[in-house]
Design a protein around this ligand. Structure first.
Ligand SMILES: C[S@@+](CC[C@H](N)C(=O)[O-])C[C@H]1O[C@@H](n2cnc3c(N)ncnc32)[C@H](O)[C@@H]1O
Length: 552
């Protein structure tokens, strides 16, 4: 789902700072402080351009904030971004999934290409220079006292942050600001022993009795500057002669920049609801969410686990909802006192169903759902074919179960495959089952009678489903893009019937693949059916000396 938003942004030329590739780093609110820091700088500057040096740019969110704020303040300036744009976490000590996601995103220049896309899409690429490399290698080569602001948001290890700060002290002009991200706690707010232990783990981010934080950042800032100004993770100091002093910020009027606002909205949709445990009865946790109260059955486990699944509906007897705490408390207690659980009795079974008596009702419960006990809590009022059937008598439920079994197609064997489908023979015909659905065995219980293109195709014969599978594959196939030549600063690719010259500055072809369209977009994309025409056009462009800065 997230990838779709990303692809859409790439195709429509919009900046992307959604959840895919962890493009958005840190809480969006921090960008308000970045904007305010530029403002603090502009007060102390005359007409000169503002020079900003950023260590750690990822997908470009903060770089764009600097550029947009400079523009908004009616000033001019340049931002130099230093980043290797390569995997940098030690996954043997960092186990949370987002480290893996970032490592994956940094491979094969993917995040670098997104950075390039974003700064272009935000129309600020003419203000941004980038130096690809590790700060320890790149910073010593930069001229002293050149920058008005240096933002440190690269590696979080103590040694790296300390090295960045020491370079900053040399690189910043009088009156300039050194700032950074990820200072959740200053050292004096932490338990000393706990902090020392956290540092020794070498981990990027740890939890402590004060809260979660980046120990390397806390330590390096404390050692190099002592106490600094800080606002929700962003920290800063200003150079005054030989001293480093705190920075006063006016955040009142400044808003979160637009490119971050839309990302914040996208994140809101995907963030689980905030919930707070406020009370409990014998069997229920009573919790408060943004706009209501819930009683959540304790048997569902810790409420944190349940967080993402909180829907809008009441789901008695597991989840009661109400406008007030009293309302949900009353509902819980009345359930506890009135409803002893129905007695569940296993009467018999068929090949695929357990036949149960539950209170006064008879149920057939698909064996694929696992032991019927697990299901007891969930036995509701509703029939849920083909996994849960209901009847008034034992005979009726048995008959229903047998009929349902006949309807369900039992897969007998895997008889072939195409590139994207498994071809299987079932008791009622042949099926092409999309491989992306996983092993066909897992899918057996879900095989209905309906065709469900492009995942499930049904036919009378093997040839029929094979043909359907091939047709579906042809339809969904991406255009085959093949690199056939290189001419100067262009890659020449064949895409179906067309030859396309793609400026190398657009990044690796694979990221670009979805965008290889029909349109000519000189000087970045040239399209022709004859490669010699392409060569001629590239020659002309290269000798026109166009002033267009996007010229590769
Ligand atoms: C938290 S991200 C930066 C987020 C970015 N400032 C933003 O606002 O979205 C950290 C970045 O630091 C970069 N990085 C890691 N080690 C680095 C190093 N030694 N020198 C420079 N950059 C580094 C990573 O590649 C990554 O892009």
């Amino acid at each position: 789902m997230f990838e779709n938003q990303l692809i859409q942004a790439l195709l429509t030329g919009k900046p992307y700072f959604g959840p895919a590739m962890r493009a958005m780093q840190g809480p969006p609110v921090r960008h308000r402080y970045l904007a305010a820091l530029v403002q603090a700088l502009s007060h102390s500057k005359s007409q000169r351009d503002i020079y900003i040096l950023e260590i750690g740019s990822w997908a470009g969110a903060s770089a764009i904030t600097w550029a947009k704020t400079i523009q908004k303040l009616g000033m001019r300036g340049r931002i130099t971004c230093v980043d290797p744009w390569q995997p940098y976490f030690d996954l043997t000590i960092e186990h949370e999934s987002h480290y893996e996601e970032m490592t994956e995103a940094a491979k094969e220049n993917k995040i670098f290409n997104l950075f390039l896309h974003n700064i272009r899409a935000a129309n600020v690429s003419d203000m941004i220079d980038y130096l690809i490399g590790n700060a320890r290698q790149v910073l010593p080569g930069l001229p002293s006292e050149k920058f008005d602001l240096m933002y440190i948001d690269g590696s979080h290890t103590y040694e790296d942050v300390q090295s960045d700060i020491r370079q900053a002290k040399r690189l910043i002009r009088e009156g300039g600001i050194v700032c950074g991200d990820d200072l959740e706690f200053q050292k004096h707010c932490l338990d000393e022993q706990e902090h020392r232990t956290a540092l020794k783990t070498g981990k990027d981010y740890v939890s402590s009795s004060s809260g979660n934080y980046h120990p390397g950042v806390t330590e390096a800032v404390a050692v190099e500057f002592g106490e600094v100004s800080s606002w929700e993770g962003v920290w800063a100091v200003r150079k005054r002669g030989s001293k480093w002093v705190k920075v006063e910020l006016k955040t009142g009027k400044l808003q979160i920049p637009d490119h971050i606002k839309s990302a914040a909205r996208a994140l809101e949709v995907t963030q689980p609801e905030e919930i707070e445990l406020v009370d409990a009865t014998e069997d229920f946790n009573l919790v408060k969410t943004k706009d209501r109260f819930l009683a959540v059955a304790k048997k569902l486990g810790p409420i944190e686990l349940f967080r993402e699944q909180l829907g809008d509906r009441e789901l008695a007897p597991l989840l009661f909802t109400g406008k007030t705490l009293e309302e949900v408390r009353t509902k819980s207690i009345s359930w506890e006192t009135s409803a002893a659980q129905p007695v569940v009795e296993l009467l018999s079974d068929t090949d695929s169903y357990n036949l149960l008596k539950v209170g006064e009702k008879f149920l057939a419960v698909a064996k694929s759902l696992g032991p019927s006990k697990i299901l007891v809590e969930r036995l509701g009022e509703r029939e849920l074919p083909p996994v849960l059937l209901k009847a008034e008598t034992f005979e009726d439920i048995r008959e229903k179960a047998l009929k349902a079994e006949q309807r369900t197609m039992a897969v007998t064997e895997l008889v072939g495959e195409t590139q994207s489908f498994n071809l299987v023979k079932s008791s009622r015909g042949f099926l092409a089952v999309a491989k992306q659905l996983g092993p066909t065995e897992l899918f057996v219980e879900r095989l209905g009678v309906r065709e469900l293109a492009p995942l499930l195709l049904i036919g009378e014969s093997l040839e029929e489903v094979q043909e359907k599978a091939h047709a579906s594959e042809r339809q969904t196939l991406e255009p085959a893009v093949e690199l056939v030549d290189e001419v100067g600063s262009y890659n020449v690719v064949r895409a179906g019937e067309h030859f396309i010259a793609v400026a190398k500055s657009l990044g690796p072809l694979n990221l670009f693949r979805e965008r290889v369209g029909e349109r000519d977009l000189p000087p970045l994309i040239l399209v022709a059916t004859d490669p010699s025409v392409l060569r001629q056009r590239i020659f002309e462009i290269n000798h026109k000396g166009s002033k267009n800065q996007d010229l590769p």
